[in-house]
Structures are given as structure tokens and as C-alpha cells.
Design a protein around this ligand. Structure first.
Ligand SMILES: Cc1ncc(COP(=O)(O)O)c(C=O)c1O
Length: 634
């Protein structure tokens, strides 16, 4: 049974072997170093965190998942290089913008050390943090993005400190600043050139590719740059060629053709005497968020191994054809390294059920349409489902109109709503047992999905789900040994109708409702939102002033036990107030004056005043999310 329910959520497809169901129905995470050992329950992890005072929503990072992805990427390139007799190494870099958190960057630098893995900085702040990370000698520090003179100075002088910093020229104007700074300092920089590939790719980030992409030099500008550098006696500085197709490229064919084009540029530049040694192919390596293994916005039609093998084969073929030495291969894969390692765990605060199981009988004086509606279940059959839905909706609308016109009272319309929900419940039951239900019936019923309200903010924690309809897998963390009988959409706790998720990754494709279990009294129902390690953490905003969530990093120790290694408390109310320029102390004082007025007017007694001020003060220092009461006074 746990296996079957586990598959309902498609975890066997998108989970990449990192998750497993436990006998007791909990969802567990698997230690990549000991895949056969029992998985560790995420629900128990949450209970442990809760006992320490770390509440949901909590972002959990699993160090071992990060390590596994980073090692897989490097190992897959190493294997492809060995298998093809490729004559140069792979030297990947992690683009900091994909996840800038120190806990993540430090682990990447640490796990990447044996592979001489480097970093990519796309801005001055990112460069400043990258320079302080003590990268291994020879590991690349690639500087992309628009650079001012100070950024360029840092990049040039950092080489003198033994840091393999390469400044990628993004525009003709930037080349002039680089040349001027290099002359002023009397130092030769290591330079790259970002070329604009003409091939456009499919997917969400198609605009990063092709003629209209905002970054990079056109063919003419590249040729001019070479002349300019030659004239300045700086052509020997140009060692790297960079191109970037966009993130999450769904099609292997697109990647391969873009690599082909990049190779043409590379071999031509070599022919013109440019001493290139690095071929940087940017990002693009996608993640299969849906587990469907197909070329769509949230899936990919290739594996990590295939990606690496295709690149190595294509570059080798092109270089051999042109008689050019094999370049050191560089990719800037961020998403593929970090997406798996973070998950947002939270709980459902309440459910609105849009049907009812207990029948309800109209009262004697009720309008006849209530009995007409109740009678629908008498003729409900698989063939007449659509008709029954039409009838129920018709009666409900008519009765609501009668209420608006003052013909029937509030109790009567309340009973009518209950009868409607009962009829819808019976139709849903029948749909669940009927094969090949007409699409229209399913679509109409989707208006009657339950709403499960979860303790998180979409805008803070899953901005891409809101902004670009990114799909992320979601599953309950318990009761996988029990068939989920409800179908719900998830709503967050912001009071914004956009704060909801209504597209779900399931075992048989994408669905518009998440199978969930009926909530039980006094039992918390936890859910996990997975594969959220890339881009989400710093894109989030403070909509409704929900701040950063609590974050913990966990890892398996040598005995395979999951250990809490790092904890960052989420924002307090006072902190988010300060972001939007309120002074918490002033708010407290101002509120105190208002409260005092209430005491003077006699509407508040002194002990109520005290309780009100204590609660205000406590709340201002507390978590911005829904707090379960046992934690709010402690
Ligand atoms: C220049 C550059 N390199 C690398 C990346 C990261 O790519 P990915 O999301 O495929 O890891 C990006 C992101 O779009 C980028 O702009």
C-alpha cells in the first residue's frame, strides 16, 4: 500500500531515488551513501524540530543530496571524457545567483574541491562573496554580468592573489573599460567573450537565447573585439568563450545544436589566432520536476549522463574536424546541483470541503426546489452524471436568486447549500468508481475541489510557481499507507487569491487537484514541497509581510543517522517591519499611547491593557507565519 500511494504522487518518477515510503506510511528520505538502509521519516524530523522550537514552515536542506548532485555531474563528465578519449578536463562552476545562501555556497566549494569546481559571479556582490571563499587553485571564478570599473579592477587584481578569475566581456563598451583598467593597473587580465548564439531554444527561458537575447556580442562585435584586443596587444588575454542558452532547456536536440554552433565560433576564433583554452557552455541543464521525461517546460527529455556525453562527443567531433586542441569544458549548471537539496515542509491549517457525506432532508415548508434538488441522487448514474450536475447547479442558482429577492430566508438557503454539497459528494463518489468520465464533467467538478490551507507564503517561498507557473512536486509526509480520498487545491496563508497552487505533479501526469487525506481532529497533516533549491530562496518577496522561513540543514552522519547541522531562524515580525521602514520600537510606543487612551476612556481595564501590550510585544518578536499556540508562549 505505501508503494501504491507513493506512486500516486509520482515520487518514484521525480524523486530520483532520494525518497522512499516507510511501512508506517511516512515519507522518508534516502541516504545516497546507503540506499538500502531504511529511509528517515520527514514527519519525525519535523516532530524533532518542533520539540526544539523550530516551527513549520521550515525549509530543510539535505547536505547529502547536494553532494550527490555535484558529484554526479562531475563524475558523468569524467566518464564521458574517458569514454571518448577527450583530451582536456571538465571544470564546472556554480552560478551563485541560483542559490546564494552561505550554507549552500560553502558546501558546494567544499564538496567541489576534489573536482576543482569553481563559482560564477553575475554581479559585484556575488564576486565579493566568491573572492572570499578560497577556491582551489585552478578552479575558475567566472565573472559574467554588467561590470563597472571597480568590478573589473577586483577581477584583474584577484589573479595576482592566485584566484583564477576570468572577466567575460558582455558588450563592446565593457571591452573598453576592461582595456582601460588593465592599462591603468599594468596587469594582463584573463578574459572571456560572451557570444550570442543564433539558435533559439524552447522552454520558459527561450528569451535568453537567439539574436534578441540581451547579453553577449553579435558576430560582428566579436570580430571587432578581436581586432581591438590585437591592437592593444591583449589578444593573448582572451582565453574563454562563453554562451548561455537559458535555464531548464527541455530538449537535448536544442542543447546539442547550440553546442555545435558554439564550437563553430570556437574553432573560427582559434583560426583567427585567439588563444582560447576554455569552452564555457553556460547553464541549461534541466531538472525533471514532473518526472515525465519529456520535452516540456517542467521536464526534460534527457538525463544528466546523456547531457554530459552529448556535450563531450559534440565538442570532440568538432574540434577534431577543425584540428583544434580540445578545450577545457566548462558549464554553469546551478539548478541541476541545488534543486533537489531543498524542500519546504509545512502543515495544513484547515480544510474547506466542497461536498458532504451526510444526507440532509428539506423541511416541510421549504421551497419545492430543495426537494427537487435532493431527488437528484435518485436518478444519478454513470450515464447521467452531467445531467445531475446541471440540475444541481440550476436549483442552487434559482434558490440563491430567490434569497436575493427576499422570497426565502437564510436558514432555507443554508439547507439548499448543504443539499447541493451532498449531491456533489455523490457525483464525486461515482466519478471515482467510473472509468472514462467525460472531460466536461471532470472540468465542472474541478470547481468543487476542496481547499487545503497550508502554512506558507507562495510569494516568499515559491515565487516561480506564482510568476511563471513552475510546477514543483508536492506530497503529504504521512498516511501513505492509506488511500487519499479527497482532491484539493492548496492555498497559502497570504490573503491573496493568487496565493494558491492548482496544478500538481502526479504519478500519471499533471492534475488539477492534489489527492489528500481527510484531516483528523488533533492530528497535524504535514506536506512537503520538493525540488525548491534553485532560485526560490532569494527571489521571494515580503507579500503580506511574511518573511523568510526557518531554515535547517541536515545531513546523514557516519552511522547513517540524520543530524541537524545548521539552523537559521526565520524573520521576526520586527525584522520584516524594518525592511519596509517601520521602526518597531516606535510602533510599540504609538500603540501604547492608543491603548492608554482606551484605559482613560474606560473601555479597557488595566489588566486587559497589560495582556494586550504583552501580546503585541510578543507577536512583534515572533515568527511571521501561523504559530501553533504551544509555541507562542514559551
Ligand atoms: C550566465 C548564466 N549562467 C548560468 C545560469 C544557470 O543556469 P541553470 O539554471 O541552467 O543552472 C544562468 C541562469 O539563467 C545564467 O544566466
Amino acid at each position: 500500500m505505501p508503494d501504491q500511494v507513493f506512486q500516486t504522487y509520482g515520487i518514484h518518477r521525480w524523486g530520483a531515488g532520494m525518497f522512499a515510503p516507510l511501512e508506517n506510511g511516512d515519507l522518508g528520505i534516502v541516504n545516497p551513501a546507503r540506499p538500502d538502509a531504511p529511509a528517515i521519516s520527514l514527519r519525525e524530523l519535523l516532530n524533532n524540530l518542533d520539540a526544539r522550537g523550530v516551527q513549520t514552515p521550515v525549509l530543510v536542506r539535505v547536505g547529502a543530496f547536494l553532494r550527490r548532485q555535484l558529484e554526479s555531474l562531475n563524475d558523468a563528465f569524467a566518464q564521458a571524457i574517458a569514454a571518448n578519449g577527450y583530451q582536456a578536463p571538465y571544470r564546472g562552476v556554480f552560478p551563485i545567483k541560483v542559490n546564494q545562501q552561505a550554507e549552500v555556497i560553502d558546501r558546494i566549494v567544499d564538496y567541489g574541491r576534489p573536482y576543482t569546481f569553481g563559482l560564477e559571479a553575475g554581479s559585484k556582490p556575488e564576486l565579493i562573496l566568491a573572492l572570499s571563499r578560497d577556491l582551489p587553485k585552478d578552479a575558475l571564478l567566472i565573472c559574467n554580468g554588467i561590470k563597472d570599473a571597480e568590478f573589473i579592477r577586483l577581477g584583474i587584481l584577484a589573479r595576482k592573489a592566485g584566484i583564477n578569475c576570468v572577466l567575460v566581456i558582455e558588450s563592446p563598451a565593457e571591452a573598453d573599460t576592461v582595456i582601460a583598467e588593465a592599462k591603468r593597473l599594468g596587469e594582463k587580465p584573463a578574459l572571456g567573450v560572451r557570444i550570442k548564439l543564433t539558435r533559439r531554444v524552447s522552454g520558459n527561458w527561450a528569451d535568453s537565447s537567439g539574436d534578441r537575447s540581451t547579453f553577449g556580442l553579435t558576430t560582428k562585435e566579436v570580430v571587432d573585439l578581436i581586432d581591438k584586443l590585437r591592437n592593444e596587444d591583449m589578444l593573448d588575454c582572451l582565453v574563454l568563450q562563453h554562451s548561455h542558452l537559458g535555464s531548464q532547456v527541455p530538449q537535448m536536440l536544442d542543447i546539442r545544436q547550440a553546442v555545435d554552433e558554439a564550437c563553430r565560433f570556437y574553432t573560427e576564433l582559434r583560426r583567427l589566432g585567439v588563444p582560447l583554452t576554455y569552452l564555457d557552455l553556460g547553464g541549461g541543464l534541466g531538472i525533471d520536476y514532473t518526472g515525465e521525461a519529456r520535452a516540456s517546460d517542467n521536464s526534460v527529455n534527457y538525463t544528466l549522463e546523456e547531457y554530459c556525453a552529448n556535450i563531450v562527443e559534440t565538442v570532440k567531433y568538432q574540434m577534431d574536424e577543425a584540428g583544434v586542441p580540445h578545450p577545457t569544458l566548462v558549464t554553469e549548471s546551478g539548478r541541476a546541483i541545488v534543486a533537489y537539496s531543498s524542500m519546504l515542509l509545512s502543515d495544513i491549517l484547515e480544510a474547506s470541503y466542497f461536498d458532504r457525506s451526510a444526507p440532509i432532508t428539506p423541511e416541510e415548508d421549504d421551497h419545492h426546489m430543495l426537494s427537487d434538488m435532493a431527488a437528484i441522487v435518485g436518478y444519478l448514474s454513470p450515464r447521467r452524471m452531467q445531467e445531475c450536475l446541471n440540475d444541481a447547479e440550476y436549483y442552487r442558482e434559482e434558490l440563491r436568486a430567490l434569497f436575493r429577492r427576499g422570497v426565502i430566508g437564510i436558514e432555507e438557503v443554508a439547507r439548499a447549500e448543504q443539499i447541493f454539497l451532498y449531491v456533489v459528494g455523490r457525483i464525486k463518489d461515482l466519478v471515482a468508481q467510473t472509468p472514462d468520465v467525460p472531460q466536461e464533467v471532470l472540468e465542472e467538478l474541478s470547481a468543487h475541489r476542496d481547499i487545503y490551507r497550508a502554512n506558507f507564503s507562495l510569494f516568499q517561498s515559491l515565487p516561480d510557481v506564482w510568476a511563471i507557473d513552475q510546477l514543483v512536486p508536492i506530497a503529504p509526509l504521512q498516511r501513505l499507507n492509506e488511500v487519499p480520498t479527497r482532491r484539493a487545491v492548496l492555498s497559502d496563508i497570504t490573503c491573496d487569491s493568487d496565493g494558491k497552487i492548482d496544478q500538481f505533479v502526479l504519478g500519471d501526469g499533471i492534475g488539477n487537484a492534489l489527492p489528500v487525506h481527510e484531516l483528523r481532529p488533533n492530528e497535524r497533516y504535514f506536506i512537503g514541497i520538493f525540488l525548491v533549491g534553485a532560485y526560490q530562496e532569494t527571489l521571494g518577496d515580503l507579500h503580506n509581510l511574511f518573511g523568510d522561513t526557518n531554515v535547517v540543514t541536515v545531513d546523514f552522519n557516519e552511522d547513517g543517522v540524520l543530524e541537524l547541522q545548521h539552523e537559521v531562524e526565520g524573520d521576526t515580525v520586527a525584522e520584516v517591519m524594518a525592511y519596509v521602514e517601520y521602526e518597531p520600537k516606535q510602533c510599540l510606543d504609538a500603540f501604547k499611547r492608543i491603548v492608554e487612551r482606551g484605559v482613560r476612556n474606560g473601555t479597557l481595564n488595566p489588566s486587559q491593557r497589560r495582556m494586550l501590550m504583552e501580546t503585541y510585544r510578543h507577536a512583534i518578536n515572533g515568527y511571521t507565519y501561523y504559530e501553533h499556540e504551544e509555541h507562542t508562549h514559551g
